[in-house]
Ligand binder design. Structure first.
Ligand SMILES: [Zn+2]
Ligand SMILES: [Zn+2]
Length: 332
């Protein structure tokens, strides 16, 4: 086995013999090949000259989010980009068939997303956003069923429903799942990302009007309707206005909805625990399937999850003291 080093600074760094890799670094590094797992802001960087390995989808989505990656590569010998099941275009990375970096990861197939891949490896570097016992999500079918019931009930009162999730990732899943409800509108920020995804091959309804367009044509007066929106607080001007004017009801989709306090913190009517990450049980399942000798945890409850793994007899350590200070309700 080659000399392998794994450490965290502004990203995660892996040295495997002569191969130097920076995984989702926040700043480019001259001496390393950079891997960008997906186009969420906490994983993106702007880079002029550095070689960046990422999926074609991630490169395009990064560009519309204002982070232009000028020197992308899509294949490197000894490195395999696998599906991480997190959002459209997201990838995990298998390094020399020995080290597996999950990036942000989901083990559930939902809408157009397939469950993330879990190859056997010696070293597993695994995200731990929900790596604390107690974070257990209901089945996706159950959550979707609850959402349909909420919409159906509110429609019977003639009330519009606003479905909220972060605009890259959750919004495409929501658009795909709930596009049977008509009329359906999408917020401009969601429309911009949806149309890029469609150009990249994702099948989404292309006829959906934007909220701004519906507003200009006085279509919102004809109630009820469904709006796919980025996540806003119920106290924001945008949502307050829609509540006052149309009696709209808000539904927020996030893994943090497992905490009863989330609904109140966000000031929404309903909060459903639909996530693009693994819950605690699923993280354990990833570890079992990959069956590694050594585990590094990062993101969210990194120390708690590593502690739990050690109790279960695994050799595990947390990697990211910096990222753990990120505000709790961010699950991009
Ligand atoms: Zn993410
Ligand atoms: Zn992330």
């Amino acid at each position: 086995m080659k000399q392998i080093r794994v450490r965290a600074a502004e990203g995660i760094f892996v040295e495997y013999g002569d191969l130097k890799l920076a995984l989702d670094p926040s700043k480019p590094r001259k001496d390393s090949l950079i891997f960008v797992s997906h186009a969420h802001y906490d994983h993106l960087l702007e880079s002029e000259h550095h070689k960046v390995l990422a999926s074609k989808e991630t490169i395009s989505l990064a560009a519309i989010r204002g982070k232009v990656i000028r020197n992308p590569v899509f294949e490197v010998e000894g490195l395999k980009m696998l599906n991480s099941g997190h959002i459209f275009g997201s990838r995990s990375l298998l390094i020399k068939d020995e080290i597996y970096y999950t990036g942000d990861f989901s083990l559930r197939s939902r809408a157009f997303l397939q469950e993330g891949e879990t190859p056997r490896c010696k070293i597993l570097i695994i995200e731990s956003t929900y790596g604390k016992e107690g974070y257990r999500f209901p089945s996706t079918e159950e959550i979707i069923d609850r959402a349909h019931r909420i919409i159906s009930e509110q429609f019977s009162y003639g009330r519009p429903v606003i479905l909220m999730g972060y605009p890259l990732g959750k919004a495409q899943v929501l658009t795909s799942i709930f596009s049977s409800w008509k009329p359906l509108y999408q917020h401009g920020l969601v429309a911009k990302i949806n149309s890029t995804c469609v150009k990249l091959g994702l099948e989404l309804d292309k006829e959906i009007k934007t909220y701004q367009e519906a507003q200009e044509k006085n279509m919102l007066e004809r109630k009820p309707w469904v709006l796919i929106s980025p996540m806003y607080s119920g106290r924001s001007a945008f949502i307050s206005n829609l509540r006052k004017k149309y009696g709209a009801v808000t539904v927020a989709f996030s893994g943090w909805a497992t905490d009863p306090s989330f609904k109140y913190a966000m000031g929404v009517d309903y909060a459903l625990p639909m996530s693009d990450h693994c819950d605690f049980n699923e993280l354990m399942e990833v570890v079992r399937r990959c069956s590694p000798e050594v585990i590094y945890t990062f993101h969210g409850f990194a120390s708690e999850f590593a502690g739990y793994l050690c109790k279960e007899g695994f050799d595990a350590k947390p990697l990211s003291p910096i990222q753990e200070s990120i505000s709790r309700y961010v699950d991009e």
